[in-house]
Design a protein around this ligand. Sequence first.
Ligand code: HBI
Ligand code: FE
Length: 309
Amino acid sequence: MTAPASAAVPMALHGLAAGSAGRPASADWTIPQRWSDYTPQEHAVWQTLYERQTALLPGRACDDFVAGMRDLPIRPDRIPHFAELNEVLKPRTGWEIVAVPGLVPDDVFFNHLAHRRFPSGQFIRQAHQLDYLQEPDVFHDVFGHVPMLMNPVMADFIQAYGEGGLRAQKLGTLPLLARVYWYTVEFGLVQQADGLRIYGAGIASSRTESVFCLDDPSPHRVAFDLMRVMRTHYRIDDFQEIYFVLDHLDDLLELARVDFEPLYRQVAYLTASQPEFLPADLAPTDRVLHSGTGAYAARQRQAQAQHGR
Ligand code: HBI
Ligand code: FE
């Protein structure tokens, strides 16, 4: 989610990434959270992550994120107990958190979302992975996603994404839908009366990207446009080179009701004659809020060339 760290210490893998060892006995991939098994070191990692994000997010996270965080029993000093979160979350929006080992297969993931169950990684990253890990852990999933699940609009949108994901799998169009999720739920920005704000969980749970996405001149910031987003590649290995900005969080309400089938056909039609957009591209139709310099991505490319990669 942020700049790659060196891999001097071997990574522990979880869920899908761990192969057959990561697959639990249950068909839906859920496991008990086993909260009392977390070690003091694991709670300490949570505290470090919690404290530095909490210091950064005022004036950066959107009001709905801040309100969700305020109302949830999420404490600085310990990994949250899912049962306690659910006591607040479930009456609010009908969502509940379930524990999973890590990444789960797409169909399993969508099935949970379609039933308003949010799968959260049970594990927490190790102390040497504070800034970067590829798998969703309990900090990303709970700190990043759960505050926004307290918001009724986001609650409906993510359920609709789960239902849409199951349909898109059958249609073979999942990569197009996944871009919508990526550029909203994970890396979305929203225009607030007092300025640009974060609502995406991938940003809100990242110390470095929560600053970069708002303050750095490098990335583009462009008004959200559904067709445009579906035609845009994204990066999973570094900061985004483009962020899409909602005028209002309530725009997700409309997005939750969209019939994607005709849009998939439209995207396929366009892609037959025009290439899709790379993250660094601006489109002629874009409502550009900030035209990025691209300086960060250029520096990264240069550094990688020097390291012979
Ligand atoms: N599993 N636990 C978990 N969390 C995710 O965010 C996730 C997943 N499996 C599949 C997946 N995301 C994505 O590939 C889909 O959103 C497309
Ligand atoms: Fe996520």
